[in-house]
Design a protein around this ligand. Structure first.
Ligand SMILES: [Zn+2]
Length: 276
């Protein structure tokens, strides 16, 4: 009943203790069930993994509901994706997980799902990169949109590559969402935040008006983020801090067919990499 608290207490790196494999297996089962009951996945969608050590990753199998797994269904692979332990076959998206672990030494858990609203934005080609909600600015930053890549192929991981170093949550065009963090709790919570923020953003679309936070407010929020979260290196930066002259680089442009929906985004050449 206290798994999230327990895993926080043994967070990799932070307290210098390795959580037990058994505990991590139970955590993956728990988070898989949460993804399922939250409606973030359907049928056999989605996959989760945890870094066991610098040579092994514990990951969900292919071809079964992530809401109905047992601890014995999980698979252990090496950093090349070769199976070391487990009777089932590893998820076809293992390449994406391993790429994130290779590129982000601070990351110890990865969650991939297809939450309805966020995936709707990904299918519409719209990034969740507007500073509309102060909590999201502090906790997660912007959520960029990666181009489409065929699932289960190296192409998918390649589309994410440019974004992995600077973001902790990525929309995958016409597919879903991937989030990652220092532990499974962190990665799962980010998935919840992405979907919640997507729903709020959708409401602003329905209302026909968006009122993004301005640069001055973003600066104050970043100061708050530093105060509460310390020297954050993994959370994505927000638009105002993407170049030397952020205020000059914010422009208003219409998005999609809607005349009433406007977004703030950077001009080409700025650090605002994808989306819209
Ligand atoms: Zn998927």
């Amino acid at each position: 009943m206290h798994c999230f608290l327990c895993i926080s207490e043994v967070t990799f790196g932070l307290l210098g203790e390795m959580a037990t494999e058994h505990h991590l297996r139970r955590e993956i089962i728990r988070c898989g069930a949460l993804l399922h009951t939250s409606g973030f996945i359907a049928a056999t969608d989605g996959n989760l993994s945890v870094r066991l050590d610098d040579k092994r990753v514990l990951v969900t199998p292919t071809g079964m509901s992530k809401g109905m797994m047992k601890t014995s269904d999980l698979v252990i692979v090496d950093m090349e994706g070769r199976k070391l332990k487990g009777r089932r076959e590893v998820t076809s998206e293992i390449g994406m997980h391993l790429l994130i672990y290779r590129m982000r030494p601070d990351v110890n858990a990865v969650v991939h799902a297809h939450p309805r609203t966020a995936t709707g934005f990904a299918a519409a080609g719209i990034a969740l990169n507007q500073p509309l909600v102060c909590e999201v600015v502090i906790g997660l930053g912007q959520i960029p949109l990666a181009p489409y890549g065929t699932p289960g192929t190296p192409e998918l991981a390649e589309t994410l590559k440019p974004l992995i170093p600077d973001f902790d949550a990525i929309l995958m065009a016409n597919h879903g969402v991937v989030t990652y963090g220092t532990d499974l709790q962190s990665a799962y919570m980010k998935m919840e935040t992405v979907e919640h923020f997507a729903q709020i953003t959708l409401v602003t679309h329905l209302l026909g008006k968006q009122q993004p936070l301005d640069v001055a407010h973003l600066e104050k929020l970043l100061a708050v983020r530093s105060r509460y979260m310390g020297d954050v290196t993994s959370a994505a930066r927000m638009p105002a801090f993407f170049n030397d002259h952020p205020a000059d680089d914010l422009v208003e442009e219409p998005v999609g067919e809607s005349k009433s929906f406007h977004s703030i985004r950077h001009r080409p050449g700025s650090g605002f990499r994808r989306g819209n």
